[in-house]
Design a protein around this ligand. Structure first.
Ligand code: ADP
Ligand code: ADP
Length: 224
């Protein structure tokens, strides 16, 4: 479903973010990207979403070569992805429900349809009781689960999450991971960057990046 073939990414002549990455991820996997800060984890996630393009090599998602995709086709690709990237916070002046409805409204769903689906998404991350709350009245873990609900409201086949448990205590981190795992059990491929080694037990695979290279990787017995 996702393939990298000899992918290099240079942001500039001095900054190599990824070097010669080849990997293949199949449907329903729960993959963690591990490694120190600056290793290239976010860049790898952004390449799957077409936010960044390879300098050389090819990235294929569902058979589509992201590098040659026309810019106009990117929004269409992203609708099939649930993106939880850093720095894409919730809109603080609207309640949780309105935040989760937004991706549907943007793509032309009616208000009643969007509300129904947003409430279903909130149920799946266990936050039905917070639909009317404003984001800042929620805990960090709850806010992150709202971001997950917003990311999956379009029923994507792939969820990409950049450090979704950063800054969370263990209890909240586990709740966030449980929400992601529930989608994985339903067949959604999840790719998550994280420093949090405690979570790796749940992975089908962990890929360690260091200075833009894959330094190690393992596949768990959880992988089908
Ligand atoms: P990680 O997510 O593992 O912390 P990143 O993918 O964010 O790593 O970064 C990999 C390298 O690319 C780092 O050296 C970082 O400084 C650099 N980098 C990331 N984004 C950009 C950018 N937009 N412009 C220039 N350099 C970048
Ligand atoms: P529904 O009950 O809405 O008809 P489906 O039969 O489509 O649900 O899927 C069964 C379950 O799979 C849903 O309740 C949901 O938890 C989960 N699911 C599968 N794929 C997705 C997705 N892309 N986004 C959100 N939930 C999903």
């Amino acid at each position: 479903m996702i393939q990298f073939q000899q992918v290099n990414k240079e942001y500039s002549r001095e900054v190599f973010a990824l070097r010669d990455i080849s990997l293949s991820i199949t449907q329903g996997e729960l993959v963690f990207l591990a490694g120190p800060s600056g290793a290239g984890k976010s860049t790898l996630l952004k390449m799957i979403a077409g936010v960044e393009r390879p300098t050389s090599g090819t990235v294929t998602v569902n058979g589509q070569d992201i590098g040659t995709l026309k810019t106009g086709s990117l929004p269409y690709l992203r609708r099939k992805l649930g993106l939880i990237l850093q720095g894409q916070g919730l809109l603080l002046d609207r309640n949780v429900l309105a935040n989760v409805m937004l991706p549907l409204i943007v793509t032309g769903a009616s208000g009643s349809e969007a509300e129904m689906r947003a409430r279903t998404a909130l149920e799946k991350v266990n936050l039905s009781d917070k639909a009317e709350a404003l984001p800042l009245s929620l805990s960090g873990g709850e806010q992150q689960r709202v971001a997950i609900a917003r990311a999956i409201v379009n029923r994507p086949q792939i969820i990409l999450a950049d450090e979704p448990t950063a800054f969370l205590d263990k209890d909240n981190a586990n709740k966030v991971l449980s929400a992601l795992k529930a989608f994985q059990s339903a067949g959604v491929t999840c790719i998550i960057s994280s420093h949090d080694e405690q979570l790796f037990d749940h992975a089908t695979r962990v890929i360690y990046l260091n200075k833009g290279c894959i330094s190690d990787s393992w596949t768990s017995s959880l992988a089908a």
